[in-house]
Each structure stands twice: as C-alpha cells, then as structure tokens.
Design a protein around this ligand. Structure first.
Ligand code: ATP
Ligand code: MG
Length: 373
C-alpha cells in the first residue's frame, strides 16, 4: 500500500509537494481551508485547521501529518499527538516557528547569533530599547506575521501604540535594526532518526518585506560563509528537534557576521530554486524527511540557479495568457504557477533558471518573470 502523507493547508507549498509525491508513489492528502485553493489537485478535505475534531478526523488514516503553514494551534497539535498521529514537525519545535519571542529565547539558550532583542510590554520598555540602540528598532508581532506584515521599523516609543493596544498586555518583540549587507537563507532537512542534509546557503532579496528573488548558491560565499551558515542551520535543526525542512533566514552584517532572523519549519520560498536546481528538491526532501526515509543529495545540479517570484500577477488577462510569449522568448525558464488569482503583491508563481553564468541566469529569470507583470 502507498505511503500516505497528510498536509494541513492548501497553499502553494502543499501544491508543490504533489509532483514529487506522484513521482515517488506517495499518496498526498491535503486539508484545504476552502475549495479551489492552490493545492486543490490533492485536496481530499476542506475544513478549519483550528478545529481539533476536523484535523484529527482528516489525519486518522495517514502515516504522517505535516504542514503547509505554521498556524495550527497548539491545542490542535496536542489533540493529534493524543490520538497517536505522527506529527512532523512536532508541537515542540513548531512552537518556535509560531512565536518569534519563544524563538528568540530558545535561540539565545542555544547560543545562536541573533540581533539584540527584548520582549516589550509598552511604550516605556520600547523607549528604553530605542535609547540603547541609537533611536531605531524593529518591532514585530510575535505571532501570525508573514510577508513583512507584523514587522515595523520604529523611531519613537509611540510608533507601535496601535500594536500594543491590540496586544492587550501581551508583549511584542523588539529587535535592533540590523545594518545588513544582504539576507541569506540556510535550509536543512532532518529526519526523526536524526539524519540531516544541508542545502547550499542562498541569497534572498526582499522587496517591501516580501521575497522577490533568490540566488543559489549565495554569490561571493566562500567556504567560510557556507560552513558557518550550515553549522547554524544544523545546530538549530538538532537543538529544536525539527523534522522535515527547516529554513533559517539570516542577515549577513556589514562586518561579516551572520545573525538569525527567523525560522520556517516547512518548505520555504528560499528553497524553490531546488525544484530544478538541486538533485533533490525541497518538496521531495520534505516528504522523505517526514516519512523518515533516507534523505536525498542536496547538491546543486548547475553552478547557479536564480528564482524570481511572480508577484501580483498580470493586471489584465490570465497568467496562462502570457505562456506563449515567455516560453518562446525564454525557453530555459521553468515556470511554476500556483492557480491563484492576481492581486497586488501576492505570490502567484515563480520562475527558475539554472546555468553557468550568473549574469545570464539572473537576466533570463528576471526577464521571464517580468512577462507576468
Ligand atoms: N531586525 C531587523 N533588522 C533589519 N531588517 C529586518 C529586521 N527584521 C526584519 N527585517 C526585514 O523585514 C523582513 C521581514 O521580516 P521577518 O522575516 O521577520 O517577517 P515575516 O513577515 O515573518 O517574513 P516572512 O515573509 O519571511 O514570513 C526581513 O526579511 C528583513 O528584510
Ligand atoms: Mg521572513
């Protein structure tokens, strides 16, 4: 009988697990939030992931349950564990991907390099942090943020007044405003039995808080950067007992230090390049890891791969109306679309191009993606 993997969440990450599941002969089942979501091709159920009964019923006859997002509440995760369902990653590690304050505290215990940070309960605390950090800082809502929502640069203690009010006494996270030269991401796959595979560290480019582009591997990396990034990634995967794919977002500072920004415990936008750019894509690797199967090689298959997100989608017409043009002009581009309607800033697809010359590869990927504007 086929191995069965259940995925909570019907977004594009679940969608992109479908192809490798089919290739392996793994049965993928998806609990989608609504009909017609990105992963509708594998959606076997529609329901509320915040409802324990719904999720437990969905997961009853899968071999392992995993996730497209980190938002499944701890009470629901506990109910799954109580029902004897293997949940990977488990509730313990997932807490650190759900709550940025919990993550900062745990990373500090593990001795991981990170920006100066504090939990702040109001304007007085924030004022003290600002005074100690040159009058500028970044305030974050500990939970529920994505694509830069829940992240705000502040210069005055009152700049976060609305968030403090909404938090109703719960603390917010404040961090030093890091003077970074660029952002990087390190992915590591880890099995329950402990085997790990580290992907090459990549450079990520954010625009308006949203990932726009990824260059794999990170240019001008060198052995030291790769080794330090991989050691941070594997130390976190092990220290937090992560199973499946882990992405560690990092800042490279102008004085060449790496600081951990945040964690994702699932396939991640920074790893989409691996679909055509690595021997084992992050989506196949995630399935292997959560099933506790031996992990595949994480090596690149070409010197460079550039991934460019399709953000927003066409203002007029449909995404597939642009296919003929982009395919004839950029035959080396691999196009991935998520079946989502156009909306300003929304991630609706991406393009991967691999090759030998970084300038050529980046040019092709950007030019191909721009057909979808
Ligand atoms: N302490 C910081 N100093 C400087 N820039 C920061 C800091 N924290 C976040 N940023 C910037 O804001 C972006 C979004 O921050 P973060 O990754 O914490 O938010 P998010 O909304 O959870 O993101 P994601 O889209 O990855 O889920 C970062 O990629 C970085 O560009
Ligand atoms: Mg981020």
């Amino acid at each position: 009988m086929a191995l069965r993997v259940g995925v909570v969440g019907g977004g594009q990450l679940a969608r992109m697990m479908i192809a490798p599941a089919v290739e392996l002969g793994v049965e993928l089942r998806v609990l989608a939030e609504a009909e017609g979501m990105a992963a509708s091709a594998a959606a076997t159920a529609v329901g509320d992931y915040r409802d324990a009964e719904t999720v437990v019923a969905f997961a009853r006859d899968v071999d392992v349950l995993t996730f497209d997002h980190e938002h499944v509440p701890q009470e629901v995760l506990a109910a799954l564990v109580d029902a004897g369902i293997p949940v990977r990653p488990g509730p313990g590690p997932l807490r650190f991907a759900q709550d940025k304050l919990a993550m900062r505290a745990r990373l500090a215990e593990l001795g991981m390099p990170q920006p100066d940070w504090a939990a702040v309960a109001g304007a007085d605390d924030l004022g003290a942090f600002l005074a100690a950090h040159g009058g500028r800082a970044v305030v974050k809502t500990p939970r529920g943020g994505y694509d830069g929502k829940g992240v705000r640069v502040v210069r005055d203690p009152d700049d976060a007044a609305d968030w403090f009010e909404a938090a109703q006494g719960a603390p917010l996270l404040v961090e030093e405003l890091v003077d970074f030269s660029r952002e990087l991401a390190q992915q590591v796959a880890r099995r329950p039995s402990g085997q790990m595979r580290a992907y090459p560290v990549v450079e990520t480019v954010q625009r308006d808080g949203v990932c726009a582009e990824v260059i794999a591997p990170a240019p001008h990396g060198g052995d030291r950067l790769s080794a330090v990034a991989a050691s941070i990634g594997t130390a976190i995967a092990e220290g937090l007992d992560v199973t499946g794919m882990l992405a560690v977002e990092m800042f490279e500072t102008t004085d060449e230090r790496l600081l951990v920004n945040e964690l994702a415990m699932r396939p991640h936008n920074s790893g989409h390049w691996s679909q055509e750019g690595a021997v084992t894509s992050q989506f196949e690797q995630h399935l292997r890891a959560v099933l506790d199967l031996p992990l595949g090689t994480a090596e690149p298959v070409a010197p460079w791969t550039v991934m460019v997100n399709i953000l927003g989608g066409p203002e007029v017409g449909d995404i597939d109306g642009r296919f003929a043009g982009v395919m004839s002009e950029h035959p080396s581009a691999k196009i991935h679309t998520y079946g989502k309607a156009s909306r300003p800033g929304r991630k609706v697809g991406h393009v991967n191009v691999s090759g030998f010359d970084l300038d050529d590869v980046a040019y092709e990927a950007r030019a191909a993606a721009s057909h979808f504007d």
